[in-house]
Design a protein. Structure first.
Length: 261
């Protein structure tokens, strides 16, 4: 699997500032890669005792057998990863509260390209940093994938997001998470986090806003956009009409299933 280079954060120290109630059952934060995984993880870490954070790895299909104990109800943990919906993953996570996080595929294309070109990613696509590939070509590759090297957009979203919507889970849109973080004093934000915590079986404390602010500090996330290094290419803020059409061609009906159309 690719290697993601991240620096250590100080959130365990921050966690100790708050009164913590032991997690009564496992919670698994599943997500489409590059959809705010670290943001959601870091926020939720502020609501669970540090000794119940499963820090060993991001759990994925390839390493699931090594991390099955993360879902053991006899030793509840808060874990996270990018796990396909399949028979083994459903069985192993059956006794955990599941959250599935994803973002609009149109925006994901840009986020994926930016991350793969950064110094935080090490994999089999380092040649994409050669400078010989134009931005529009890179974005096209993010949509259709590369044979034997990168899965297509539809391949990733099909089993990392869409298929999970047919199971017992709490779905979270990245855009809704960002909006709630940006407007914590609003009734909408309170409702968003109340529903998220309830889905995880966590009582909402009075100081929930402060906890969210600490966990959402972008300086604590090495994969936040402004903390990526070595990208060297300017990407558009929004996907253009041509590439939006290619997303719809490559993954027809996907955005509608996810609630974006």
């Amino acid at each position: 699997m690719p290697i993601i280079q991240v620096r250590a954060d100080t959130l365990d120290v921050e966690n100790a500032r708050f009164a913590q109630v032991p997690l009564p059952h496992p919670v698994f934060l599943n997500s489409v890669p590059k959809s705010g995984s670290h943001l959601l993880r870091n926020i939720m870490r502020m609501f669970v005792p540090a000794d119940q954070h499963y820090m060993a790895d991001f759990i994925q299909w390839g390493n699931l057998p090594q991390h099955r104990h993360a879902f053991d109800p006899a030793r509840p943990m808060l874990s996270w990863g990018h796990l396909f919906m399949a028979d083994a993953s459903v069985v192993e996570t059956a006794r955990a509260r599941r959250v599935v996080l994803y973002r609009d595929p149109y925006d994901w294309v840009i986020a994926r390209a930016r991350f793969l070109l950064s110094e935080q990613f090490f994999g089999n696509v380092d040649h994409l940093r050669s400078g010989e590939i134009a931005v529009d070509e890179l974005l096209t590759m993010m949509i259709f994938g590369l044979p034997g090297k990168l899965p297509s957009l539809n391949d990733i979203y099909e089993l990392n997001a869409a298929a999970w919507l047919g199971t017992r889970c709490h779905a979270v849109k990245f855009e809704d998470l960002m909006g709630a973080v940006a407007d914590l004093d609003s009734a909408g934000a309170e409702r968003f986090f109340a529903e998220l915590l309830d889905a995880c079986g966590i009582a909402m404390p009075q100081d929930w806003r402060e906890r969210v602010l600490v966990g959402a500090d972008r300086k604590q996330s090495a994969t936040a956009r402004e903390n990526l290094t070595g990208v060297g290419i300017a990407f558009p803020d929004e996907l253009g009409a041509r590439h939006r059409a290619l997303v719809d061609y490559q993954a027809p009906g996907l955005r509608a299933v996810l609630g974006y159309a």
